[in-house]
Design a protein around this ligand. Structure first.
Ligand SMILES: Nc1nc2c(ncn2[C@@H]2O[C@H](COP(=O)(O)OP(=O)(O)OP(=O)(O)O)[C@@H](O)[C@H]2O)c(=O)[nH]1
Ligand SMILES: [Mg+2]
Length: 228
């Protein structure tokens, strides 16, 4: 990909993840060159624990996971960015598989698929069902719009070339940034590949996403980036 040995940066957005962030930073640090924790003013010990485990910690000046990701892309030093959540949902050991298609020159952006790897967060109750169906409908529309066959457009576990994400002009402030990254990557003609990866239920604490408050933003941003 034009580098001798690409440097890998991991970005972990956090908000009140003190129970899980320490082990995640330690685990991720063994695989990548730099770990950047983008903290949204946690009220617990997330920042101290992350720093103690060896992460660079930055405070994000505005609420929302999307803001954390947008601010991170100008701070990383790596040629490839791995995004991974701080709640223990993602499989750290899958990072080598996630970056391999980029290292092999086969992809610009690799998204971990929960439909191919299994998810504990998409089945079992009404809220999970709504998340799953909503996600599938959006993924389907992306597939027919760009003539691709993705299976997940919403996972927070992905790897992307730094130079490319910087060109995407990302605008979303919340988790709608995931579908925005996918749609804009395809729109610009870059290649997305998926790998299967399991999604575990968050291990501690509570979800920061309230579907009731955000569903309209999903539909609005999806239509906006897909068609305009
Ligand atoms: N910096 C920052 N990080 C956030 C914010 N909201 C959520 N995050 C982090 O983004 C990641 C994903 O958020 P989650 O709440 O796990 O969202 P989710 O995975 O869709 O939902 P659950 O796992 O079911 O709780 C986690 O590491 C959160 O700590 C925020 O406002 N600012
Ligand atoms: Mg989560």
């Amino acid at each position: 990909m034009g580098f001798n040995k690409p440097k890998i940066s991991a970005v972990i957005p956090t908000k009140n993840e003190e129970k899980t962030i320490g082990n995640i930073v330690k685990g991720v640090k063994k695989i990548v060159d730099e770990v950047l924790v983008m903290d949204g003013y946690s009220m617990d010990a997330t920042r101290e624990i992350a720093a103690g485990a060896g992460a660079r910690v930055e405070l994000v000046t505005q609420k929302g996971k999307g803001v954390a990701i947008r601010q991170a892309i100008n701070k990383v030093e790596g040629d490839i960015i791995v995004f991974i959540d701080g709640d223990g949902s993602h499989v750290i050991e899958d990072i080598p598989m996630l970056i391999k298609p980029i290292l092999d020159g086969e992809a610009d952006h690799v998204s971990a698929s929960r439909t191919r790897g299994g998810s504990d967060e998409l089945h079992g109750d009404i809220e999970k069902f709504v998340k799953m169906v909503g996600s599938d409908i959006i993924t389907l529309a992306i597939n027919y719009r760009f003539n691709v066959r993705l299976t997940d457009s919403q996972n927070g576990f992905r790897a992307i070339k730094t130079e490319i994400i910087r060109k995407l002009n990302l605008q979303e402030n919340i988790t709608t940034i995931e579908q925005e990254m996918i749609i804009k990557t395809l729109k610009k003609g870059y290649i997305i590949v998926e790998i299967p990866s399991h999604e575990y239920e968050r291990k501690f604490g509570s979800s920061k996403i309230e579907l009731k408050k955000v569903w309209h933003r999903y539909i609005y941003s999806f239509l906006k980036y897909l068609f305009f």
